[in-house]
Every structure is written in structure tokens, then in C-alpha cells.
Design a protein around this ligand. Structure first.
Ligand code: PLP
Length: 392
């Protein structure tokens, strides 16, 4: 019986070695490994500061807080994202304003943003999601990119780059465009620490605020309190902060994963190229549109859309793929279809025509570094057989 999971972590290099170092040192939470991970990550994405946390959701929460988002503020969020992107807005008593996306890329474009600002001139912040691992149009040659628009209107930008490591736009790494960028190292992301996240910024004030709020609102690192040679029991609390620090056990895995990030990315690119080439003739499938250079895409996801020519509906397709031993997923069921957002904001699917068109047929195909070419052939053949055997 063939079994191809939707995603699978590669974890066979220095992970165990670094974890053992943490165990041997006798201090299992945030210390030198997390610090090293922050340093190397900041270098990699070319950001001044990086702050390791226990999830991307924590990073998004800390980020919005540091940007001053609060009670009653409006924040733009794409409707096609994971609930974490929007829930953090609610943590702070602010309101997510859901935006429709572009067909093919599932991204927010400068023109979508311009129109949304006309309808919501008092919006405080935009959370941009680099969907699937492709950078949104942050900048462009005509200076009409998302950064330019936000600057013009005084709108803060936080990037949800949970899919986008390592990714770049015209040679510039995702991680230093907006005011703040948040990455995820959740178990199925492009690199993982089990649970974990990273926040990057070039702004020193934001960095200082986040470091304090990450650990109870304490004005200095607690680990220092236990490992420092000097008697240093005293600390001050300046705000009711959170408990969002990344333990060294996780950072140890992160360091080993970071060493492999480019190799992983190249393998994912191989998979994406295979699908582009071998599904190109399937008239019933809309393939993802890559507007950036294909090499700059992180290829966290390979999302296809079964269009109106398909003989099978999405749910049946997923069932049949599963019967053939192939794992798939859906990214995403749009947020306005989720009970909480639908009821709280009285949302109507008719207001999101593009998301609806995507939602009707979206399926994410397996994509991970160890996927073999034989497995890819089997996936391609299965997709074609499902269509041919479902003639109507
Ligand atoms: C995975 C994900 C998150 C949340 O990441 P965690 O590290 O699990 O908190 C946020 N946004 C998007 C788009 C994601 O895919």
C-alpha cells in the first residue's frame, strides 16, 4: 500500500547533536542556543534584529502590540489565511477587515490594497501574508508597491511570513520589508522547531518593546538572572507581558534546520517544477501563478484549483487521493466562512468573489524535500486517473 503524506519533516543532521548540548549544559530554556538562532536568522534575512518566540502566533501578537494596535482599531487581513493571522487582531480588541485576494497567487496586490483603503480610510495596520511562500508585491519599479502605498497613507505593515522562509523579492529577503516580519517554525513549515516562531525588524524601539513583552514585561532577560555570575536578583516589570520565549531545546533544532534551509528549498523547488511541467496539460486544473522568480519562492505550498472543467468536485477529489494513499490539504477555508468571523462581523461570501472561486476547488498537493520523483509520478498519474474515471 502506497502512503505519501501531505508533508514530512527532514530532521536528520545536527538536530540531535545540538539538543544533546542543551541537555548537557543543564539549562533547558532560553539561553545561548536561542541567542545564536536569533543572530544567524537575522543575518540570513538581512534584518537588524530577530526575536525568537514560541510560535508565529506569539510573534504576530507581540508585533501588533508593539505597533500600537489597540481597542477598536482596524487591521487589514487577507480572507485566505490561517485564523492565527486574524485572531491576534482580536486579542488586542481591534477588528480584522478581511480582504479578497488575487486569483492565481492568492495574494493581496497593490490595487486590492488601494481600493480597500478608499473603503476604510482610517485603517491602522496591514497584515500581509506571503501566501504559499511567494512574496507579495512589496516594492516595484514604479514605486507603487504595497510598502509605498502604506507609507503614503501612514499604515503600519506587519508581514505574516509563516510560509515564506527562505523567500525573496528581486534579491531582497523577506524579513526586512515591513515594520515587522513574523516567521513560523511549526511542525509542517519549511523549517521547524516543533513549535516556534521568529520576529524580525529593523526598528530598535519595536525590538526593545518586543523583547520585554516576550517575557512577562520584565525589563531584562530572566535567564541572565540565573546564569549570570553577579548577584542579580532584581528586576522591574513595566507591563503585563506574555510568556512567549523560545526554549533552547527548540532553538537547538532550529539551528540545525537553518543549516539545511537552502537544501530544503531546492528540493521543494524541484517538486514545484515537476508539478508545473507534468500538470500543465490538465485543462481542469488551474496551477498556481508565480509572479516572482520561481527561485525566490519558498514553495511551502503547491496549491492547485480544480476549475469548472473538472469532472470531480474538490471534496471527492481529496477522498479519492486519500484512497490512493496520497495526503492533501486545503489552504484555506476562507475566514469569512468560519463561524466566529462570519457571526461577529456579519460577513457574506458574495463580498469575496475571488476567494469563493478559489475555495470552490482549492487543494494543496504534497510538497516536501524527501518526495521522490517516483512518488511524484504516482501523484501525477493518480490525479489524471481520477479525472478520467469520473467522466460525466
Ligand atoms: C502556520 C501559520 C501561522 C501560525 O504559526 P504558528 O507558529 O503555528 O503559530 C500563522 N499564519 C499562517 C499563514 C500560517 O500558515
Amino acid at each position: 500500500m502506497i502512503k505519501i503524506p501531505f508533508s514530512k519533516v527532514s530532521c536528520s543532521r545536527n538536530e540531535l547533536k545540538y539538543i544533546t548540548e542543551v541537555l548537557d549544559c543543564g539549562w533547558l530554556t532560553t539561553a545561548s542556543k536561542a541567542l545564536k538562532f536569533e543572530e544567524l536568522f537575522a543575518q540570513k534575512v538581512n534584518a537588524k534584529y530577530a526575536c525568537a518566540v514560541n510560535s508565529c502566533t506569539s510573534a504576530l501578537h507581540l508585533g501588533l502590540e508593539a505597533l500600537g494596535v489597540g481597542q477598536g482599531d482596524k487591521v487589514f487581513v487577507p480572507a485566505m489565511t490561517f485564523t492565527a493571522t486574524a485572531e491576534v487582531v482580536r486579542y488586542l480588541g481591534a477588528h480584522p477587515v478581511l480582504l479578497d485576494v488575487e486569483y492565481g497567487t492568492t495574494l493581496i496586490t497593490p490595487s486590492i490594497l488601494e481600493k480597500a483603503i478608499k473603503d476604510n480610510p482610517n485603517v491602522k495596520c496591514l497584515i500581509i501574508v506571503h501566501y504559499g511562500g511567494q512574496a507579495a508585491e512589496m516594492t516595484n519599479n514604479s514605486k507603487t508597491g504595497i510598502l509605498n502605498i502604506c507609507q503614503k497613507h501612514g499604515i503600519k505593515i506587519m508581514e505574516d511570513a509563516a510560509h515564506a522562509f527562505p523567500a525573496s523579492l528581486n534579491g531582497r529577503m523577506i524579513g526586512n520589508f515591513g515594520d515587522i516580519t513574523c516567521f513560523s517554525f511549526y511542525a509542517n513549515k519549511t523549517i521547524t522547531t516543533g513549535e516556534g516562531g521568529m520576529l524580525t525588524t529593523d526598528n530598535e524601539d519595536i525590538y526593545k518593546r518586543i523583547k520585554i513583552m516576550r517575557l512577562h514585561g520584565i525589563n531584562r532577560d530572566v535567564w541572565d538572572r540565573f546564569t549570570s555570575d553577579k548577584p542579580s536578583w532584581e528586576y522591574d516589570v513595566i507591563a503585563p507581558g506574555y510568556k512567549y520565549n523560545m526554549p533552547d531545546l527548540n532553538a537547538a533544532i532550529g539551528l540545525a534546520q537553518l543549516e539545511q534551509a537552502e537544501d530544503f528549498k531546492n528540493e521543494r523547488l524541484r517538486v514545484a517544477k515537476y508539478y508545473f511541467k507534468h500538470l500543465a496539460d490538465c485543462q481542469w486544473i488551474d496551477l498556481p501563478i508565480c509572479k516572482t522568480d520561481i527561485n525566490e519562492h519558498a514553495w511551502h505550498l503547491y496549491p492547485i484549483v480544480l476549475n469548472h472543467k473538472s469532472n470531480v468536485l474538490r471534496n471527492i477529489f481529496i477522498e479519492k487521493m486519500s484512497e490512493a494513499g496520497i495526503g492533501t490539504s486545503v489552504h484555506y477555508k476562507p475566514l469569512y466562512r468560519m463561524t466566529y468571523y462570519k457571526e461577529t462581523y456579519d460577513l457574506n461570501p458574495d463580498d469575496f468573489p475571488v476567494c469563493e472561486k478559489i475555495w470552490n476547488g482549492n487543494v494543496s498537493l504534497p510538497i516536501f524535500p524527501e518526495l521522490t520523483n517516483e512518488q511524484l509520478e504516482y501523484i501525477r498519474d493518480t490525479i489524471i486517473n481520477i479525472q478520467n474515471n469520473s467522466k460525466i
